[in-house]
Design a protein around this ligand. Sequence first.
Ligand code: NAP
Ligand code: 8YV
Length: 314
Amino acid sequence: MSGDVQLLQIGSFTEEFNKRLTETYKVHRLWEQESPDDYLKEVGPEVDIVVTSGRYGCSADIMRAAPKLKAIVSFGVGYDPIDIDTARELNIAVSNTPDVLNDCVADLAMGLLISSARRIAEGDRFVRAGKWGSEPFPLGAKVSGKRLGILGLGRIGKCIAQRANGFGMEIHYHNRRQDPSVDYGYEETPADLATWADFLIVTCVGGPSTQGLVSREVMEALGPQGTLINVSRGSVVDQPAMVELLESGRLGSAALDVFADEPNVPSALLEMPQVVLVPHIASGTHETRKQMQDLVFDNLDSFIASGKLVTPVL
Ligand code: NAP
Ligand code: 8YV
């Protein structure tokens, strides 16, 4: 890529990440503009690369406003809010940050599962409220040796399975296709998986292809003793149905890192003791976020030097 490369940054990252970007490249900061549309008209023709994340995405309008745009470099592995069809049509390369976050997302998924089964968050609230000694605390459910269903046995799902093996859990999964590289039991449908499982962890991709994949039927199959853990995307779960089933006891419990309309969480969930809620933090450790950041820079440097991305999705 010749001449001074110009970047369009869609949203703010950490202060340190923003600074590293502006110290390394010429960066246009879209999120700081009063009128992003006017700003895009002004700087769009100069933009070579968009920097974004799985939170901010990149719309077709942004791509079309930047006729020189050659690459979209995204922070995060999930790229569902990037309009991939338009990127493909316009011959724009796209990268994400796979693998470096597998451990932390898997750790959090297991943490959510254990927190829910053993009532850790609930117990914490109980102690802080000064109830210990004056009220009984309810028993939890055993984790070790139970049945874990993984919906989306990909990079992260396989790391979760490794951890669950350490807990002596039996593991089954559902992907669109059976994976010949693993010995875990394959279930033909998400409902079959949920029927079999005590705990269902959702780790498939987000976006239109999996919208509502965890349907009312799937959650009913998981049942009153079952636990739904979601570290994928809120869009994968029929959230209104989930709230209703939790309220009526037809779904036992849930532990959620992701929601349909972040950062908004249905108020009914806030009142439910059998639900664990965290604010989309699965990759949120110093170590992993640094590796994700470095991979963004590796992709930028490589694309600028050679026209090739290190971790392309397109
Ligand atoms: P991956 O390696 O691509 O795995 C995705 C898995 O989903 C694959 O096994 C795929 O198998 C399966 N899948 C795709 N469509 C499906 C469908 N319609 N039905 C059933 N299974 C389907 O991706 P990854 O790196 O593990 O990441 C998975 C997702 O986790 C990301 O896309 C992102 O949304 C989410 N994530 C969330 C956080 C967080 O902070 N909470 C952090 C990182 C990632 P087949 O193709 O065979 O169906
Ligand atoms: C990030 C994620 O927090 O990688 C993903 O898909 O959801 C998380 O790791 C997010 O992408 C950054 O906004």
